[in-house]
Design a protein around this ligand. Sequence first.
Ligand SMILES: [Zn+2]
Length: 177
Amino acid sequence: MSQETELGIVISDGDWMNIWKMQQSTTSSHVWREHCWKNVIQFFINPKITSKYMSRVQPCWRKCRDVNVNHLHVFWLCPKIAPFWDDVHTVIVKILGYSIPKTRWIPVENIVGGLQEGITKKWSWPNIPTREEWLQIVGIIFEMESLTYKLRTQEERCQDKWEKWAVFTSAAKNGQH
Ligand SMILES: [Zn+2]
């Protein structure tokens, strides 16, 4: 199941849509959601699109030797991004405090935005986001959400949602990771 946008980007495809479904519940900030969405479908171009416009075969910018790759490849399938997802899995298990299977999409809604931003920040670059970088982005999302809930006087809801994250970050500050 896939659908093409007017830009010719395949945006819907199994895992890909799962991510966006979660994106809808990642944060209460409408602006942030819109920002994330636009990042991917509008402002970011992939080798498949470039090759279409240039009528020339475009290699994956991570130098995995694949060509004319789409967003699905850039996010998930590129072998060069595998260490990133391995690292994400390791951190998720630490945050949750129990083991989960290593799937290609991450069933922890709070941090999906951070992962997406981490990847899109390094768009067109061969290197992958470091753990420090994507954790920092999740931290920013957490702060934005805290503020939003505070303004709505729903701080308890925020605390429930981010409890494990708060435990994880305070442990990290104490040098336990
Ligand atoms: Zn690749």
